[in-house]
Design a protein around this ligand. Sequence first.
Ligand SMILES: Cc1cc2nc3c(=O)[nH]c(=O)nc-3n(C[C@H](O)[C@H](O)[C@H](O)COP(=O)(O)OP(=O)(O)OC[C@H]3O[C@@H](n4cnc5c(N)ncnc54)[C@H](O)[C@@H]3O)c2cc1C
Length: 399
Amino acid sequence: MWIRQRPRSRATVTRASDVIVVGAGLVGAACGREFARNGCNVRIFDGKPPGNHTTAAGMGHIVVMDDSDAQMRLTQRGRVLLQGFVDSVPVTSAERIEAEPTGTLWIAEDSAGYEAARSKQAYYSRFGVVSEMLDERTLREVEPCLARGLVGALRVPDDFVIYAPAVVDALLDDARVHGAHVEQSRVRRISGRNVELEDGRTLDAAWVIDAAGEEAFDVLDAEARAALTHVRLRRRKGQLVITDRYPGFARHQLVELGYLASAHGDDRASVAFNLQPRATGQMLLGSSREFDATDATLDSRLLRQMIERATRFVPGIGALVALRAWAGFRVATDDHLPLVGPIEASHSRGLLLACGHEGLGITTSLSTARLLVDYVFDRADADFPIDPYLPTRRMHAAG
Ligand SMILES: Cc1cc2nc3c(=O)[nH]c(=O)nc-3n(C[C@H](O)[C@H](O)[C@H](O)COP(=O)(O)OP(=O)(O)OC[C@H]3O[C@@H](n4cnc5c(N)ncnc54)[C@H](O)[C@@H]3O)c2cc1C
């Protein structure tokens, strides 16, 4: 095996592995598995049971998004890799993953929205992403729960839905098969290639991957943080509601086209209609976006707005029984692209970031892992360069 940099040996620390991954959410699990499959000796640490933080709070919509070429490539590649993985897992894992080939309907409320859907389709087709325009009549035929008067939609048939914590378990199972070691231990500090655990052990590796989600910057030492002053990670709270079982109520993941403005705008709080049919027959309703909210308490005013907005698109939704609502935190950068790759600090060579995936970290977990493995093994892929995601990039706030 040839890797880009050789490790330095240190007398005071235990040489643990080729790669240490900090965080076993979907992003960390995907990275650990990808390195293990590429012949590396991998250790993965999480302070909690794997997949129990933001990954467990998300929607699990595997969706190609077109905010920028870089986002398009990362989501498109992510969707393909995740579909391949889901298709390859043993039956018991597949049952837990609950993959549903729902596709996505991007719904247009008016003619301006329909034109936006057309532009979206043109953009998708440039990248080879299959999609089709549906007129009002066809829309009602394929999705009878929708309100009358919606002018049409763009259908993206290859998007799908999964239950993300089960994907984490399946990825870690596969990583273990390839020799990875997964341990529940909290990391106190990452200093370059050294990882100090809260139980007092210090380990080092040729490469350390910081996939600690919300805590990705907190766990870094002062030198690494100083190298990241041009970047900020902001928490963006999101609320979801899940209903009782209503099999067949909706067939597709339904998203209003205005969702894009909500997803990428910088308003302090916004809601957009997003409804997901789960394999269980439950309906998962999203979502809100709130910058700089600090606690996970549910905001009943925003929940009401979400339900009101959903009723506009799906009038029957008010009759469904809601079982539970919760909030989670997306971790966002100013340009809405994740931080993937090395940071600029000589001491921190060997440290790689994999964080800041905002509302797309489930979709882009495997493509993130692929970027890092290609970087470490120096396998340039001209169609999928790492540059737009590098933490060293200049940040321009996206509109
Ligand atoms: C409401 C909502 C809806 C969403 N919907 C979607 C969707 O439909 N599709 C999609 O693609 N994405 C969606 N997302 C985004 C997605 O959930 C996240 O981008 C993704 O889960 C991030 O994964 P992660 O592994 O980076 O973070 P996490 O899942 O938070 O994992 C980080 C892990 O690091 C561990 N950790 C932290 N600090 C330490 C430490 N010091 N030592 C050891 N371990 C540590 C944590 O315990 C945690 O397990 C949504 C998010 C939210 C909030």
